[in-house]
Design a binder for this molecule. Structure first.
Ligand code: UDP
Length: 355
């Protein structure tokens, strides 16, 4: 099958591309490299079944053409990361809503199956633990900027289901819960790569708020296995699936775990939310998925432990750190350099997704 992945050079999209190629499919990526980067897909570039276009999904003729050439569309291009969302709310809202609308509109013209990357953020401040796909969404007030992300993603979900119900476009929604793993970067606020980077460089590990808030972290590899299993089932059309681990950990415990796994001497410090984000910032105290629907449908759910995930992330970041080079070390035996962030091709273009 021919797959189009929007936001395919992002953290999650690049793993999806890799897994689809491993299964013998053709993959084309559309990404504007605003939060994704070429490093994520470097290892795929020579694969005969792989191709990519660096451009924005708002290039409509191009998007239409790429959708036309694909059998299935995986729509991951979006503005992501709490820091980015608070800093650039206009970009967040426009990218997430208008981008998805475009993808669905063009997919509908050709009746192409669409898989939409949504987020556990849509549950907002719900207290109905664990979160079920048909449960209520409890979002905060518009003056609190963070909710624009949840709101825009929730609107996208409505649109996906509306396209299915009204226009018979086969859409499926995958709500991803705190997906982590090697290649994820902390630039946009994600906690695990940030903690590991801080611990490895001896900087303070920055716990926001009390640190008693908790999350369920899933390995990106598990998430992608579930994503593909859902995409291979015809019965999953018109349905929402939580994809997440049900193992919960507080952010304090995560900081301790990272410090222990890295043998770091970094101090763990607390930073108030208003300093870390903005005045009046609201965080979710817990976020736990109910994965019964996922298990019933595809017989699996993310299971990798947070200990194992931290090991993988630490090993990845260690490998990419540049130790001070002895003067006589030949260049070719030097470790790979730290990632150089790739600038967006078009600085006015919209960001690509990490899911
Ligand atoms: N967080 C933290 N220190 C950081 C980055 C994040 O304590 O340097 C906290 C953040 O406030 C949240 C949790 O870690 O409570 C998870 O944050 P992330 O941005 O990774 O994902 P979220 O669940 O907020 O979407």
């Amino acid at each position: 099958m021919r797959h189009l992945i929007t936001g395919g050079a992002g953290f999650i999209g690049s793993y999806l591309a890799e897994a689809l190629l491993e299964r013998g499919h053709q993959v084309h990526i559309l990404d504007n490299l605003s939060t994704g980067c070429m490093d994520n897909i470097q290892h795929l570039r020579r694969h005969p079944q792989f191709s990519y276009t660096i451009d924005t999904m708002f290039n409509e003729p191009l998007l239409a053409e790429l959708i036309d050439q694909a059998d299935q569309i995986h729509h991951l291009a979006a503005a992501v990361g709490v820091q980015l969302i608070i800093k650039s709310p206009v970009r967040t809202i426009e990218t997430n809503t208008q981008g998805t609308e475009l993808v669905l509109r063009h997919a509908a013209k050709k009746s192409k199956r669409v898989f939409f990357a949504s987020t556990s953020e849509v549950y907002g401040k719900s207290q109905a633990f664990p979160f079920t796909e048909d449960g209520e969404l409890v979002l905060g007030a518009p003056p609190k900027g963070r909710w624009s992300y949840a709101c825009s993603k929730a609107l996208d979900e409505f649109l996906c289901l509306a396209y299915w119900n009204e226009k018979s476009l086969p859409t499926t929604i995958l709500r991803l819960f705190n997906t982590v793993g090697p290649r994820q970067v902390g630039h946009y606020g994600m906690v695990l790569p940030t903690f590991v980077q801080q611990a490895l460089s001896g900087k303070p590990i920055t716990v926001y708020g009390s640190g008693e808030q908790s999350r369920c972290f899933s390995s990106v590899h598990d998430v992608i296995d579930c994503w593909i299993a859902v995409s291979e089932e015809s019965s999953t059309v018109g349905t929402i699936y939580n994809i997440g681990s049900d193992q919960e950990i507080s952010i304090n415990a995560l900081a301790d775990l990272v410090k222990r796994k890295t043998n770091s001497e970094s101090e763990i410090i607390k930073i108030p939310y208003e300093t870390a984000y903005e005045e009046g910032f609201e965080d979710m105290p817990r976020r736990v998925p109910d994965v019964q629907r996922l298990r019933k449908t595809v017989g699996m759910a993310p299971v990798t432990t947070i200990e194992r995930i931290v090991d993988l992330v630490v090993a990845y970041q260690r490998e990419r750190m540049v130790p001070s080079r002895p003067v006589d070390t030949p260049l070719k035996t030097r470790p790979r350099p730290l990632r150089t962030p790739v600038r967006p091709v078009d600085s006015a273009a919209v960001p690509a997704a990490e899911g």
